[in-house]
Design a binder for this molecule. Structure first.
Ligand code: FAD
Length: 114
């Protein structure tokens, strides 16, 4: 067992929880010049699975933040359409090609990479 240590940290803002909301909030505050601490009770992201799809609207936010190019360099798969077969017939369930965003696809990426 690792010995318990205490560290005193000074910040303008403390966010509890390093999920998508906490990390994004911390990132935005830090970009605005605040000293931010984000506290997470888990040591890593290798825990309960919560999907791996990055939606077009999420990608658009990444674009607005200037992070999209770097993000898309990470290994991922893309789906422009979601299709299924019912009674031997191909059916399109979702078609992202007409969305008013730059990335008209869903990106699949493991959460720990994202
Ligand atoms: C099965 C499943 C699949 C999903 N698939 C997708 C998907 O493919 N694409 C998608 O966009 N969304 C998906 N979602 C939704 C997505 O996971 C949530 O919208 C998102 O995680 C919410 O983010 P959050 O930061 O609000 O909360 P959380 O992700 O729950 O983050 C909260 C964080 O706070 C930490 N925490 C809690 N209490 C404390 C404490 N006292 N001290 C320190 N840390 C603490 C937790 O450990 C956690 O890391 C899925 C959800 C589920 C359940």
């Amino acid at each position: 067992m690792k010995p318990f240590t205490t560290e005193i940290v000074s910040a303008d803002c403390c966010i509890v929880g390093a999920g998508p909301a906490g990390l994004m909030l911390g990132y935005l505050f830090a970009r605005a010049g605040l000293r931010v601490v984000v506290i997470e009770k888990h040591p890593d992201f290798l825990r309960d699975f919560r999907g791996d799809t990055i939606h077009p609207s999420t990608l658009e936010i990444m674009r607005h933040l200037g992070l999209l190019e770097e993000f898309l360099q990470l290994p991922h798969q893309r789906a422009e359409k979601l299709q299924t077969e019912v009674g031997g017939e191909q059916i399109t369930m979702a078609d992202f090609s007409r969305l008013p965003v730059q990335c008209r696809f869903i990106a699949f990426m493991p959460q720990w990479d994202f």
